[in-house]
Design a protein around this ligand. Structure first.
Ligand code: AHR
Length: 494
Protein backbone atom coordinates (compact mmCIF):
# COMPACT_ATOMS: atom_id res chain seq x y z
CA UNK A 1 0.00 0.00 0.00
CA UNK A 2 1.54 3.34 -1.07
CA UNK A 3 1.25 6.14 1.47
CA UNK A 4 0.37 9.68 0.41
CA UNK A 5 0.96 12.22 3.19
CA UNK A 6 -0.94 15.49 2.96
CA UNK A 7 -0.84 18.35 5.40
CA UNK A 8 -3.60 20.78 4.41
CA UNK A 9 -2.52 23.14 7.20
CA UNK A 10 0.83 23.74 5.47
CA UNK A 11 0.28 26.00 2.47
CA UNK A 12 3.27 26.54 0.21
CA UNK A 13 2.16 29.40 -2.01
CA UNK A 14 -0.32 30.26 -4.72
CA UNK A 15 -0.44 28.25 -7.94
CA UNK A 16 -0.70 30.98 -10.56
CA UNK A 17 -3.47 30.21 -12.99
CA UNK A 18 -1.03 31.09 -15.80
CA UNK A 19 0.72 27.74 -15.18
CA UNK A 20 -2.24 26.33 -17.14
CA UNK A 21 -1.42 28.49 -20.16
CA UNK A 22 -1.26 27.56 -23.85
CA UNK A 23 0.65 28.55 -26.93
CA UNK A 24 -0.57 29.19 -30.48
CA UNK A 25 1.86 29.84 -33.31
CA UNK A 26 1.46 30.52 -37.01
CA UNK A 27 2.55 26.97 -37.61
CA UNK A 28 0.84 24.27 -39.67
CA UNK A 29 -2.86 24.12 -38.93
CA UNK A 30 -2.81 25.71 -35.49
CA UNK A 31 -4.10 29.20 -36.26
CA UNK A 32 -5.51 28.68 -39.74
CA UNK A 33 -8.06 25.84 -39.84
CA UNK A 34 -7.54 24.98 -36.18
CA UNK A 35 -8.74 28.24 -34.68
CA UNK A 36 -9.45 30.74 -37.42
CA UNK A 37 -11.48 29.80 -40.48
CA UNK A 38 -12.56 33.28 -41.56
CA UNK A 39 -15.99 34.88 -41.46
CA UNK A 40 -17.07 33.30 -44.76
CA UNK A 41 -16.33 29.72 -43.78
CA UNK A 42 -19.07 27.10 -43.66
CA UNK A 43 -17.61 25.95 -40.39
CA UNK A 44 -19.66 27.68 -37.68
CA UNK A 45 -17.70 30.69 -36.46
CA UNK A 46 -17.94 34.01 -34.71
CA UNK A 47 -15.90 36.66 -36.50
CA UNK A 48 -13.86 33.88 -38.07
CA UNK A 49 -13.11 31.91 -34.86
CA UNK A 50 -14.37 28.33 -34.81
CA UNK A 51 -17.29 28.08 -32.39
CA UNK A 52 -16.52 24.47 -31.44
CA UNK A 53 -12.88 25.22 -30.61
CA UNK A 54 -13.68 28.35 -28.61
CA UNK A 55 -16.36 26.47 -26.64
CA UNK A 56 -13.92 23.67 -25.80
CA UNK A 57 -11.27 26.18 -24.74
CA UNK A 58 -13.66 28.12 -22.52
CA UNK A 59 -14.45 24.89 -20.70
CA UNK A 60 -10.72 24.57 -19.87
CA UNK A 61 -10.57 28.04 -18.27
CA UNK A 62 -7.50 28.86 -20.31
CA UNK A 63 -5.86 31.73 -18.43
CA UNK A 64 -3.33 32.95 -20.99
CA UNK A 65 -2.45 32.34 -24.64
CA UNK A 66 0.97 33.00 -26.17
CA UNK A 67 1.17 34.25 -29.79
CA UNK A 68 2.39 34.59 -32.61
CA UNK A 69 5.38 32.27 -31.98
CA UNK A 70 7.71 30.54 -31.45
CA UNK A 71 10.24 30.90 -34.20
CA UNK A 72 7.58 32.70 -36.22
CA UNK A 73 7.61 35.56 -33.70
CA UNK A 74 11.06 36.74 -34.77
CA UNK A 75 9.99 36.87 -38.41
CA UNK A 76 6.67 38.50 -37.75
CA UNK A 77 6.12 42.14 -38.59
CA UNK A 78 2.92 43.12 -36.90
CA UNK A 79 2.03 45.94 -39.27
CA UNK A 80 1.58 43.32 -42.02
CA UNK A 81 -1.33 41.92 -40.02
CA UNK A 82 -3.54 45.00 -39.53
CA UNK A 83 -5.92 46.98 -41.73
CA UNK A 84 -8.20 45.74 -44.53
CA UNK A 85 -7.49 42.05 -45.12
CA UNK A 86 -7.29 42.41 -48.89
CA UNK A 87 -4.36 44.81 -48.49
CA UNK A 88 -2.40 42.69 -46.05
CA UNK A 89 0.98 41.54 -47.20
CA UNK A 90 1.42 37.89 -48.10
CA UNK A 91 4.63 36.24 -46.97
CA UNK A 92 6.26 32.83 -46.87
CA UNK A 93 6.35 31.07 -43.53
CA UNK A 94 9.90 29.86 -44.08
CA UNK A 95 10.19 28.13 -40.73
CA UNK A 96 7.10 26.04 -40.96
CA UNK A 97 6.46 24.25 -44.22
CA UNK A 98 6.90 27.19 -46.63
CA UNK A 99 3.22 28.01 -46.41
CA UNK A 100 1.88 31.33 -47.71
CA UNK A 101 0.97 33.44 -44.70
CA UNK A 102 -1.69 35.89 -45.79
CA UNK A 103 -1.72 37.74 -42.48
CA UNK A 104 -5.50 37.50 -42.24
CA UNK A 105 -5.04 36.62 -38.58
CA UNK A 106 -3.26 39.54 -36.96
CA UNK A 107 -3.37 41.63 -33.80
CA UNK A 108 -7.10 42.45 -33.93
CA UNK A 109 -8.00 38.83 -34.59
CA UNK A 110 -5.77 37.54 -31.80
CA UNK A 111 -7.27 39.98 -29.32
CA UNK A 112 -10.75 38.98 -30.46
CA UNK A 113 -9.83 35.32 -29.89
CA UNK A 114 -8.62 36.07 -26.36
CA UNK A 115 -11.81 37.99 -25.66
CA UNK A 116 -13.92 35.08 -26.91
CA UNK A 117 -11.99 32.56 -24.80
CA UNK A 118 -11.74 34.91 -21.82
CA UNK A 119 -7.97 34.67 -21.44
CA UNK A 120 -5.05 37.08 -21.16
CA UNK A 121 -3.01 37.69 -24.32
CA UNK A 122 0.71 37.00 -24.18
CA UNK A 123 2.37 38.79 -27.08
CA UNK A 124 5.80 37.50 -28.06
CA UNK A 125 7.42 40.35 -29.97
CA UNK A 126 10.14 40.26 -32.61
CA UNK A 127 13.66 41.05 -31.45
CA UNK A 128 15.49 38.85 -33.98
CA UNK A 129 14.54 40.64 -37.22
CA UNK A 130 12.43 43.53 -35.99
CA UNK A 131 13.48 46.98 -34.86
CA UNK A 132 13.22 48.66 -31.49
CA UNK A 133 10.79 51.12 -33.06
CA UNK A 134 8.59 48.30 -34.37
CA UNK A 135 8.33 46.67 -30.96
CA UNK A 136 7.77 49.96 -29.21
CA UNK A 137 5.02 50.92 -31.66
CA UNK A 138 3.27 47.58 -31.28
CA UNK A 139 2.91 48.21 -27.56
CA UNK A 140 1.68 51.73 -28.29
CA UNK A 141 -0.77 50.41 -30.90
CA UNK A 142 -2.26 47.90 -28.52
CA UNK A 143 -2.31 49.81 -25.25
CA UNK A 144 -2.12 53.60 -25.65
CA UNK A 145 -5.30 55.51 -24.92
CA UNK A 146 -5.02 59.04 -26.29
CA UNK A 147 -3.72 60.95 -29.27
CA UNK A 148 -0.71 59.30 -30.88
CA UNK A 149 0.21 57.91 -34.28
CA UNK A 150 -0.35 54.30 -33.26
CA UNK A 151 -3.55 54.92 -31.28
CA UNK A 152 -4.83 56.80 -34.36
CA UNK A 153 -3.95 53.90 -36.63
CA UNK A 154 -5.71 51.48 -34.32
CA UNK A 155 -8.84 53.62 -34.40
CA UNK A 156 -8.67 53.81 -38.22
CA UNK A 157 -8.64 50.00 -38.16
CA UNK A 158 -11.84 49.93 -36.18
CA UNK A 159 -10.70 49.77 -32.58
CA UNK A 160 -10.87 53.01 -30.63
CA UNK A 161 -10.38 51.53 -27.16
CA UNK A 162 -6.97 50.16 -26.32
CA UNK A 163 -6.62 46.56 -25.24
CA UNK A 164 -5.08 45.45 -21.99
CA UNK A 165 -1.82 43.61 -22.59
CA UNK A 166 0.12 42.36 -19.63
CA UNK A 167 2.49 39.70 -20.92
CA UNK A 168 5.14 40.82 -23.40
CA UNK A 169 7.89 38.47 -24.58
CA UNK A 170 11.00 40.21 -25.95
CA UNK A 171 12.31 37.74 -28.52
CA UNK A 172 11.95 33.96 -28.70
CA UNK A 173 14.75 31.39 -28.60
CA UNK A 174 17.24 34.15 -29.30
CA UNK A 175 19.97 31.53 -28.84
CA UNK A 176 18.60 29.71 -31.92
CA UNK A 177 15.90 30.57 -34.46
CA UNK A 178 15.51 34.02 -32.88
CA UNK A 179 18.94 35.28 -33.95
CA UNK A 180 21.63 32.80 -32.86
CA UNK A 181 22.84 35.20 -30.18
CA UNK A 182 25.20 34.71 -27.30
CA UNK A 183 23.64 35.34 -23.87
CA UNK A 184 25.75 38.48 -23.43
CA UNK A 185 24.57 39.91 -26.75
CA UNK A 186 20.95 38.99 -26.10
CA UNK A 187 20.96 40.43 -22.59
CA UNK A 188 22.16 43.79 -23.91
CA UNK A 189 19.66 43.74 -26.75
CA UNK A 190 16.93 42.85 -24.28
CA UNK A 191 17.82 45.85 -22.13
CA UNK A 192 17.62 48.18 -25.13
CA UNK A 193 14.36 46.82 -26.62
CA UNK A 194 12.46 46.64 -23.37
CA UNK A 195 13.37 50.25 -22.53
CA UNK A 196 11.02 51.48 -25.26
CA UNK A 197 8.15 49.17 -24.38
CA UNK A 198 6.22 51.63 -22.25
CA UNK A 199 3.55 51.29 -19.64
CA UNK A 200 0.69 53.44 -20.94
CA UNK A 201 -1.94 54.59 -18.45
CA UNK A 202 -2.67 51.75 -16.10
CA UNK A 203 -1.48 49.09 -18.53
CA UNK A 204 1.51 47.59 -16.73
CA UNK A 205 3.60 45.26 -18.84
CA UNK A 206 5.04 42.07 -17.39
CA UNK A 207 8.23 41.86 -19.44
CA UNK A 208 9.56 38.44 -20.32
CA UNK A 209 13.14 37.85 -21.42
CA UNK A 210 14.08 34.93 -23.61
CA UNK A 211 15.43 32.17 -21.43
CA UNK A 212 17.45 29.04 -21.83
CA UNK A 213 17.23 26.06 -24.09
CA UNK A 214 16.64 23.25 -21.57
CA UNK A 215 19.77 22.86 -19.41
CA UNK A 216 21.76 25.86 -20.67
CA UNK A 217 22.30 27.23 -17.16
CA UNK A 218 24.98 29.61 -18.40
CA UNK A 219 22.32 31.43 -20.46
CA UNK A 220 20.21 31.93 -17.34
CA UNK A 221 23.21 33.07 -15.35
CA UNK A 222 24.41 35.65 -17.88
CA UNK A 223 20.97 37.02 -18.75
CA UNK A 224 20.02 37.33 -15.08
CA UNK A 225 23.30 39.03 -14.27
CA UNK A 226 23.14 41.59 -17.09
CA UNK A 227 19.40 42.13 -17.43
CA UNK A 228 17.68 40.58 -14.41
CA UNK A 229 16.53 43.86 -12.91
CA UNK A 230 14.81 44.87 -16.17
CA UNK A 231 12.56 41.83 -16.43
CA UNK A 232 9.57 40.31 -14.66
CA UNK A 233 9.91 36.86 -16.13
CA UNK A 234 12.52 34.67 -17.77
CA UNK A 235 11.47 31.80 -19.99
CA UNK A 236 12.82 28.29 -20.46
CA UNK A 237 11.93 25.77 -23.17
CA UNK A 238 12.05 22.03 -22.76
CA UNK A 239 10.40 19.42 -24.96
CA UNK A 240 9.92 15.76 -24.06
CA UNK A 241 11.60 13.56 -26.65
CA UNK A 242 11.55 9.81 -25.89
CA UNK A 243 15.28 9.37 -26.47
CA UNK A 244 16.38 12.98 -26.16
CA UNK A 245 17.62 12.66 -29.75
CA UNK A 246 16.01 14.94 -32.37
CA UNK A 247 16.73 12.44 -35.15
CA UNK A 248 14.95 9.60 -33.30
CA UNK A 249 11.77 11.10 -31.98
CA UNK A 250 9.61 8.10 -32.88
CA UNK A 251 5.93 7.73 -33.60
CA UNK A 252 3.32 9.39 -31.42
CA UNK A 253 1.17 6.24 -31.40
CA UNK A 254 3.38 3.23 -32.23
CA UNK A 255 5.65 2.65 -29.26
CA UNK A 256 6.33 -0.09 -26.74
CA UNK A 257 6.57 -0.21 -22.97
CA UNK A 258 10.28 0.52 -23.00
CA UNK A 259 9.69 3.76 -24.93
CA UNK A 260 6.82 4.58 -22.57
CA UNK A 261 9.15 4.57 -19.56
CA UNK A 262 11.92 6.35 -21.47
CA UNK A 263 9.49 9.12 -22.35
CA UNK A 264 8.24 9.52 -18.80
CA UNK A 265 11.81 9.55 -17.50
CA UNK A 266 12.63 12.34 -19.95
CA UNK A 267 9.62 14.33 -18.88
CA UNK A 268 10.49 13.97 -15.18
CA UNK A 269 13.73 15.78 -16.03
CA UNK A 270 11.65 18.97 -15.94
CA UNK A 271 11.97 18.80 -12.15
CA UNK A 272 15.79 18.94 -12.35
CA UNK A 273 15.69 21.76 -14.88
CA UNK A 274 13.40 23.93 -12.81
CA UNK A 275 15.35 23.28 -9.61
CA UNK A 276 18.65 24.18 -11.27
CA UNK A 277 17.41 27.26 -13.12
CA UNK A 278 15.79 28.42 -9.89
CA UNK A 279 19.10 28.04 -8.08
CA UNK A 280 20.91 30.09 -10.71
CA UNK A 281 18.20 32.78 -10.70
CA UNK A 282 18.36 32.93 -6.91
CA UNK A 283 21.99 34.09 -7.11
CA UNK A 284 20.64 37.38 -8.47
CA UNK A 285 17.05 37.24 -7.25
CA UNK A 286 16.78 35.40 -3.95
CA UNK A 287 13.35 36.95 -3.29
CA UNK A 288 12.04 35.23 -6.42
CA UNK A 289 10.67 38.46 -7.90
CA UNK A 290 11.45 37.24 -11.42
CA UNK A 291 9.24 34.36 -12.50
CA UNK A 292 10.49 31.34 -14.39
CA UNK A 293 8.13 30.84 -17.33
CA UNK A 294 8.14 27.46 -19.03
CA UNK A 295 6.55 28.98 -22.09
CA UNK A 296 7.13 25.96 -24.35
CA UNK A 297 6.84 22.40 -23.13
CA UNK A 298 5.28 19.10 -24.18
CA UNK A 299 5.98 16.08 -26.34
CA UNK A 300 7.62 16.25 -29.75
CA UNK A 301 7.26 13.13 -31.91
CA UNK A 302 7.49 12.34 -35.62
CA UNK A 303 4.67 13.91 -37.59
CA UNK A 304 1.72 11.72 -38.54
CA UNK A 305 2.60 9.75 -41.68
CA UNK A 306 1.59 11.55 -44.85
CA UNK A 307 1.44 15.01 -43.28
CA UNK A 308 3.69 18.00 -44.01
CA UNK A 309 6.86 17.61 -41.87
CA UNK A 310 6.83 21.37 -41.30
CA UNK A 311 3.36 21.26 -39.75
CA UNK A 312 4.31 19.23 -36.65
CA UNK A 313 0.98 17.41 -36.56
CA UNK A 314 1.01 14.48 -34.14
CA UNK A 315 -1.50 12.37 -32.23
CA UNK A 316 -1.85 12.45 -28.45
CA UNK A 317 -2.16 9.20 -26.49
CA UNK A 318 -2.33 8.23 -22.83
CA UNK A 319 1.45 8.73 -22.84
CA UNK A 320 0.81 12.42 -23.53
CA UNK A 321 -1.78 12.46 -20.76
CA UNK A 322 0.86 11.25 -18.30
CA UNK A 323 3.40 13.75 -19.64
CA UNK A 324 0.86 16.52 -19.06
CA UNK A 325 -0.08 15.28 -15.60
CA UNK A 326 3.53 14.92 -14.46
CA UNK A 327 4.60 18.34 -15.76
CA UNK A 328 1.61 20.12 -14.26
CA UNK A 329 2.32 18.45 -10.90
CA UNK A 330 5.94 19.63 -11.14
CA UNK A 331 4.91 23.20 -12.01
CA UNK A 332 2.43 23.24 -9.12
CA UNK A 333 5.12 22.12 -6.71
CA UNK A 334 7.49 24.85 -7.92
CA UNK A 335 4.90 27.62 -7.87
CA UNK A 336 7.21 29.82 -5.80
CA UNK A 337 9.32 30.34 -8.94
CA UNK A 338 7.27 29.01 -11.88
CA UNK A 339 4.73 31.71 -12.66
CA UNK A 340 3.55 30.60 -16.08
CA UNK A 341 3.76 27.61 -18.41
CA UNK A 342 2.47 27.25 -21.96
CA UNK A 343 2.07 23.83 -23.49
CA UNK A 344 3.00 23.60 -27.17
CA UNK A 345 0.62 23.94 -28.88
CA UNK A 346 -3.10 24.60 -28.66
CA UNK A 347 -4.59 22.98 -31.78
CA UNK A 348 -3.18 20.55 -34.40
CA UNK A 349 0.49 21.09 -33.48
CA UNK A 350 2.73 18.96 -31.18
CA UNK A 351 1.02 18.04 -27.89
CA UNK A 352 -2.25 19.61 -28.86
CA UNK A 353 -5.33 19.77 -26.65
CA UNK A 354 -7.55 19.74 -29.72
CA UNK A 355 -7.28 18.19 -33.18
CA UNK A 356 -9.45 19.24 -36.09
CA UNK A 357 -10.24 17.84 -39.51
CA UNK A 358 -12.56 20.00 -41.62
CA UNK A 359 -15.54 20.74 -39.42
CA UNK A 360 -14.75 17.89 -37.03
CA UNK A 361 -12.99 18.24 -33.70
CA UNK A 362 -11.57 15.80 -31.17
CA UNK A 363 -10.44 16.42 -27.63
CA UNK A 364 -7.16 14.67 -26.88
CA UNK A 365 -6.18 12.94 -23.61
CA UNK A 366 -4.03 16.03 -22.99
CA UNK A 367 -7.17 18.19 -23.12
CA UNK A 368 -8.84 15.98 -20.54
CA UNK A 369 -5.88 16.26 -18.16
CA UNK A 370 -5.99 20.07 -18.35
CA UNK A 371 -9.70 19.91 -17.64
CA UNK A 372 -9.15 17.69 -14.59
CA UNK A 373 -6.30 19.86 -13.29
CA UNK A 374 -7.98 23.23 -13.79
CA UNK A 375 -9.08 23.28 -10.14
CA UNK A 376 -5.46 23.98 -9.16
CA UNK A 377 -5.62 27.41 -10.80
CA UNK A 378 -5.13 30.15 -8.16
CA UNK A 379 -5.26 27.48 -5.42
CA UNK A 380 -2.81 27.21 -2.53
CA UNK A 381 -0.24 24.48 -2.94
CA UNK A 382 -0.51 22.07 -0.02
CA UNK A 383 2.36 20.12 1.49
CA UNK A 384 2.32 16.53 0.21
CA UNK A 385 4.68 13.62 -0.28
CA UNK A 386 4.42 10.08 -1.58
CA UNK A 387 6.17 6.87 -0.74
CA UNK A 388 6.74 5.91 -4.36
CA UNK A 389 8.63 2.88 -5.63
CA UNK A 390 10.80 2.88 -8.72
CA UNK A 391 9.46 0.97 -11.72
CA UNK A 392 10.47 0.45 -15.37
CA UNK A 393 12.15 -2.01 -17.66
CA UNK A 394 15.72 -0.68 -17.76
CA UNK A 395 17.94 0.37 -14.88
CA UNK A 396 18.66 3.76 -16.40
CA UNK A 397 15.02 4.49 -17.11
CA UNK A 398 13.33 3.90 -13.77
CA UNK A 399 10.50 6.22 -12.81
CA UNK A 400 8.40 6.57 -9.66
CA UNK A 401 5.22 4.53 -9.87
CA UNK A 402 3.09 7.43 -8.62
CA UNK A 403 3.36 11.21 -8.93
CA UNK A 404 1.17 13.80 -7.23
CA UNK A 405 0.41 17.37 -6.32
CA UNK A 406 -2.20 18.72 -3.93
CA UNK A 407 -3.83 22.10 -3.49
CA UNK A 408 -6.55 23.82 -1.50
CA UNK A 409 -8.75 25.47 -4.07
CA UNK A 410 -10.48 28.82 -4.09
CA UNK A 411 -13.58 26.65 -3.57
CA UNK A 412 -12.12 25.53 -0.19
CA UNK A 413 -11.85 21.98 -1.43
CA UNK A 414 -8.77 19.83 -1.43
CA UNK A 415 -7.66 18.84 -4.95
CA UNK A 416 -5.40 15.83 -5.30
CA UNK A 417 -4.05 14.98 -8.74
CA UNK A 418 -2.16 11.73 -8.90
CA UNK A 419 -0.70 9.80 -11.82
CA UNK A 420 -0.01 6.08 -12.08
CA UNK A 421 3.04 5.73 -14.36
CA UNK A 422 2.88 1.95 -14.61
CA UNK A 423 1.58 0.45 -17.84
CA UNK A 424 0.30 -2.64 -16.08
CA UNK A 425 0.04 -2.33 -12.27
CA UNK A 426 -2.77 -0.81 -10.26
CA UNK A 427 -1.77 0.47 -6.80
CA UNK A 428 -3.56 0.75 -3.49
CA UNK A 429 -2.96 4.21 -2.05
CA UNK A 430 -3.65 5.31 1.50
CA UNK A 431 -3.72 9.06 1.81
CA UNK A 432 -3.14 10.36 5.31
CA UNK A 433 -4.33 13.89 6.02
CA UNK A 434 -2.85 15.65 9.04
CA UNK A 435 -5.38 17.14 11.46
CA UNK A 436 -8.13 17.04 8.86
CA UNK A 437 -11.31 15.05 8.41
CA UNK A 438 -12.62 14.25 4.96
CA UNK A 439 -16.36 14.73 4.59
CA UNK A 440 -17.11 13.96 0.95
CA UNK A 441 -15.14 13.01 -2.15
CA UNK A 442 -15.80 13.40 -5.86
CA UNK A 443 -13.30 11.86 -8.26
CA UNK A 444 -12.59 11.72 -11.98
CA UNK A 445 -10.35 9.21 -13.71
CA UNK A 446 -8.66 9.17 -17.10
CA UNK A 447 -7.40 5.69 -17.84
CA UNK A 448 -6.91 3.56 -20.95
CA UNK A 449 -4.32 1.39 -22.67
CA UNK A 450 -0.93 3.10 -22.75
CA UNK A 451 -1.07 3.93 -26.46
CA UNK A 452 -4.81 4.60 -26.72
CA UNK A 453 -5.99 7.78 -28.35
CA UNK A 454 -9.05 9.44 -29.80
CA UNK A 455 -9.69 9.53 -33.52
CA UNK A 456 -12.22 11.33 -35.68
CA UNK A 457 -13.99 7.98 -36.09
CA UNK A 458 -13.86 7.20 -32.37
CA UNK A 459 -13.56 10.53 -30.56
CA UNK A 460 -14.41 9.14 -27.11
CA UNK A 461 -12.00 6.18 -26.88
CA UNK A 462 -10.18 8.00 -24.07
CA UNK A 463 -12.49 10.01 -21.85
CA UNK A 464 -12.64 10.83 -18.16
CA UNK A 465 -15.15 8.88 -16.09
CA UNK A 466 -16.47 9.18 -12.58
CA UNK A 467 -14.23 7.22 -10.19
CA UNK A 468 -15.81 5.43 -7.26
CA UNK A 469 -13.11 3.03 -6.10
CA UNK A 470 -12.26 4.98 -2.94
CA UNK A 471 -13.12 4.89 0.78
CA UNK A 472 -13.19 7.73 3.26
CA UNK A 473 -11.28 6.55 6.33
CA UNK A 474 -10.42 7.99 9.75
CA UNK A 475 -7.08 9.11 8.36
CA UNK A 476 -8.06 10.32 4.91
CA UNK A 477 -8.97 8.60 1.65
CA UNK A 478 -7.95 5.14 0.45
CA UNK A 479 -8.23 4.23 -3.18
CA UNK A 480 -6.92 1.94 -5.86
CA UNK A 481 -5.52 3.79 -8.84
CA UNK A 482 -5.64 1.78 -12.08
CA UNK A 483 -2.57 1.29 -14.27
CA UNK A 484 -1.66 4.06 -16.67
CA UNK A 485 -3.99 6.71 -15.38
CA UNK A 486 -4.53 10.25 -14.18
CA UNK A 487 -6.85 10.72 -11.21
CA UNK A 488 -8.36 13.86 -9.71
CA UNK A 489 -9.88 13.64 -6.23
CA UNK A 490 -11.81 16.57 -4.88
CA UNK A 491 -12.44 16.41 -1.14
CA UNK A 492 -14.57 18.49 1.16
CA UNK A 493 -12.68 18.64 4.42
CA UNK A 494 -13.14 20.02 7.92
O1 AHR B 1 6.77 24.90 -30.86
C1 AHR B 1 7.52 24.72 -32.03
C2 AHR B 1 8.83 25.48 -32.01
O2 AHR B 1 9.66 24.97 -31.01
C3 AHR B 1 8.76 26.94 -31.69
O3 AHR B 1 8.44 27.71 -32.80
C4 AHR B 1 10.14 27.24 -31.21
O4 AHR B 1 10.17 28.32 -30.30
C5 AHR B 1 10.59 25.93 -30.61
O5 AHR B 1 11.84 25.57 -31.06
Amino acid sequence: MAKLYINPKVKKGKINKEIYGHFSEHLGRCIYEGIYVGENSEIPNVNGMRKDVVAALKELNIPVLRWPGGCFADEYHWKDGIGPKENRKKMVNTHWGGLVEDNSFGTHEFMELCEQIGCEPYINANLGSGTVQEMSEWVEYMTFDGISPMAGLRAENGRKEPWKVKYLGVGNESWGCGGNMTPEHYANEYRRYQTYCRNYGDNKLYKIACGANADDYNWTDVVMKIAGRHMDGLSVHYYTLPTGDWSKKGSSTEFDEQVWYQTLKKTLYMETLITNHDTVMSKYDPEKRVGLLVDEWGTWFDVEPGTNPGFLYQQSTMRDALVAGINLNIFNKHCDRVKMANIAQLVNVLQAAILTEGDKLILTPTYHVFNMYKHHQEAQLVDSSLEAELIGLEDNNKVPNLHESVSMGEDNKLHITINNLSVSEAYEVESILAETKVRTVKATLLSAGFNSYNTFEKPDAVEPVEFKDYKITDKGISFKIPACSVLHLEAEVE
